[in-house]
Write a protein that binds this ligand. Sequence first.
Ligand code: HEM
Length: 77
Amino acid sequence: MSINQYSRSELALRNGQEKSEIWIAYKGVIYDVTNSKLWKEGKHYEHWAGQDLTEELEDAPHDTRVFDKLKKIGKLV
Ligand code: HEM
């Protein structure tokens, strides 16, 4: 069984500024938003990629269905 696991510092490198990949985490799962027009350069409204945004989702006008079509990168450990 192989589940990719990444630390917070590895996630932080995918904030849209350092590397080409752009990732976000929600409830321990890391999602790929690299190709999302809504996460250009790592920014989504006032939120930045490369971190755990579990608590911030409460302020969003949408629910978790926005994650449905995203590729899962792995687990945040
Ligand atoms: C001020 C807060 C936020 C605003 C105004 C906002 C607004 C939006 C809007 C308008 C969309 C388009 C689709 C839809 O409405 O269903 C969207 C998509 C999305 N949002 Fe947010 N959002 C906010 C916070 C967040 C947070 C905190 C997260 C992550 C935990 C998030 C993750 C996403 C994702 C993954 C998508 C789908 C992107 C795609 O499919 O290309 N949003 N958001």
